[in-house]
Each structure stands twice: as C-alpha cells, then as structure tokens.
Design a protein around this ligand. Structure first.
Ligand code: NAP
Length: 303
C-alpha cells in the first residue's frame, strides 16, 4: 500500500526517505505546481544522516492527482494541516488512515471531526530534523515516535513496516496523555524563553514563574481528564530546563528566524481549553496575551 506524504518539509522528508530506503512505495504530495517543479529541478529529496548525504528520487505529485489515498502521513505544521488535508479530501477512500505528525493539540481533533470516514492516528515525535535547504533535510536528533488512536486501542497491522524502515515507534492507547504532557512542557518553557529572550537555562533564574505556570498547567491537565499527564510535571520541567540549558527553544528559534509559530496549538490551545472548562488560569492567560503582543510587535502571526 502506497504511503502518501503530504508536505515535504523536515519530518515529512525524514519519514519519506526512510520508507523509500526500505523499499516501501512512497509518493510525496507538494502544495502546487511551482513546488513540484522546484522538487523535480532538485532531483529528489536529500537526507543527511550520520554525516552522509543521500539523494532519493521519490515520486511526487500534486494534491489534484487522481490516485486514491489509503494511507496519508500529514507532515505539515499544525496551522496548515487541515487545509492541506482538504486539498486531497476527494481522494481519501473510506476507511483510509491519516497519520497526524503535528505538535500540540487542536489540529488533530479538527481533522478527525471533519473527516470521520478516516482513521486518525495521532503521532508524538521526539525525533529532530531541519531543512538545510529546500528538499534537503538533516536528521539532527534521534528520538521516539509514539502513535495512537484516541478512538480505538487496536494497533494497525503495518507497524512492523515502519520499524523495518528504521523509524522508531511505540504504539500507545494513551496518546492524548502523551500529547498533553508535551504540550504542558512546551507551555511552561517555550513562551518564557521568547518573552525573556533567553536560552532554556535562563529560566533557572525564574524558577518561581516557571513553577507557578506548572501549577496551573497541572490543574488544566486534571480538568481535562489527563491526571496522569500532570504527575511530577514541575519536576520534569525543571529537569528539561537543566538538561537543555544551552539550547534555544524551538519557539524562540522560530521567532528569531521570523517564522510563524504554532502558538495556537500550544499555549493557545491550553487557554481555550481552560475557558471551555470554566477554569480560571490567570498566569497562563497573561502569558498567552504577552506572547501574542510580543509576536505582533515582531510582525508575526498571533494565531
Ligand atoms: P516544516 O519543515 O515547515 O514542513 C512542513 C511542510 O508542509 C513544508 O514542506 C510545507 O511546504 C508543507 N505544506 C504546508 N502546507 C501544505 C499543503 N497545503 N500541501 C502540501 N504541503 C504543504 O515542518 P516540520 O518541522 O516538518 O514540522 C511538521 C510538524 O511536526 C510540526 O507540527 C512540528 O511541530 C512537528 N515536529 C517537528 C519536529 C522537527 O524536528 N522538525 C519534531 C517534532 C515535531 P513548503 O515547503 O511548500 O512550505
């Protein structure tokens, strides 16, 4: 069965190259004719792994191609994912599978609600990749991918294909808990690094501010039925800050590079969910407002 991959950015290319290297049938779906022409001009995808570049001439097509789609890896940013799926929606067969790689929460639920005929598998990834140039991707950090379906705990039969392709994978029925935990870690660290213009380690001097946010985030996790994701949250946040003290957070890297952030699916999602549950979380709310002001002042989208 063909793996259609929607979005040939960092993670989409990383997955496409590993599947293609393992001999699986892969087709990239690029957003428009200009991107497809640029891809053909580049001669395929290039992946740098363990210091070596390898070019793979993976087939690519436009969203409007005719072939039906039975398995789609959605590898766009959270704010692009729903529109990207809409661009191929008429090709989705009943019972098709969508693997949603997006960070944060909200985009996955929007897609699952709009295309109920698809099985939506949510992915939480700690692998790292970045674009060296268009269609050239560097595999920068080994990690894990957790995969799960909030509606159905039965794992799909093809998990072994991914493992054979060297894609680390763990099936988990508790995928929402994992995504909420990652979202909470992000909310406790990333916005503050942008507002204080510091590396992660800079937050060690602002421990009280971080701990107060963790307290509100833990209350939010409990309110949404993810008490397990709230366990020892503050301890893990502090451990992550210490272990990554010299790093720039991904949100700060995006802001520094003038790229749109995924704030609406991270801190924004946390604040909207708190409001839906009539839960007052004043520190989180104030953080969201300050971050939006900071983004707007830099001419960046606030959604
Ligand atoms: P990325 O490098 O920006 O790639 C996104 C790709 O989606 C781009 O190639 C973009 O096309 C494409 N795209 C957007 N709209 C499209 C459409 N309508 N049709 C077809 N393609 C479309 O992003 P990424 O870093 O791979 O991140 C993807 C998701 O994974 C994000 O939610 C991110 O937070 C998450 N994630 C990333 C990493 C990582 O290390 N990179 C790790 C964990 C999680 P253009 O090239 O034409 O702009």
């Amino acid at each position: 069965m063909t793996w259609h991959i929607l979005g040939a950015g960092s993670l989409g290319s990383l997955w496409a190259c590993r599947l293609a290297q393992a001999g699986a049938p892969v087709r990239l779906i690029l957003r428009d004719a200009a991107r497809l022409a640029a891809y053909r001009q580049a001669g395929g995808l290039a992946l740098q792994q363990d210091g070596h570049w390898q070019r793979l001439a993976i087939a690519a097509e436009l969203p409007g191609a005719e072939a039906p789609i039975t398995r789609l890896l959605v590898a766009c940013k959270a704010y692009d994912a729903e529109a990207a799926v809409a661009s191929v929606a008429r090709r989705l067969v009943a019972g098709c599978e969508l693997l949603l790689l997006q960070n944060g929460l909200g985009s996955q639920q929007a897609i699952a609600a709009r295309w109920p005929q698809a099985r939506c598998l949510f992915v939480s990834s700690t692998e790292g990749a970045y674009r060296h140039a268009d269609f050239q991707v560097v595999f920068a950090g080994r990690g894990q991918n957790w995969l799960g379906d909030p509606q159905d705990p039965t794992p799909p039969a093809w998990l072994a294909t991914l493992e054979q392709a060297g894609i680390p994978l763990q099936w988990t029925p508790a995928i929402l808990a994992r995504l909420w935990r990652k979202l909470a870690l992000n909310c406790a660290i990333n916005p503050l690094t942008v507002l204080h213009d510091c590396r992660n380690g800079g937050l060690l001097a602002r421990r009280d501010e971080v701990l107060a946010l963790c307290d509100e985030l833990a209350r939010l996790l409990q309110a949404v039925g993810q008490a397990q994701a709230a366990d020892d949250l503050a301890d893990e946040v502090l451990r992550v800050i210490e272990a990554t003290a010299a790093n720039l957070s991904s949100m700060q890297q995006d802001v520094a590079a003038g790229r749109r952030t995924e704030i609406a699916y991270l801190l924004g999602h946390a604040c909207r969910t708190a409001a839906d549950h009539a839960l007052a979380l004043p520190r989180l709310q104030a953080l969201d407002e300050r971050l939006r002001q900071c983004l707007a002042a830099r001419g960046l989208p606030t959604d």
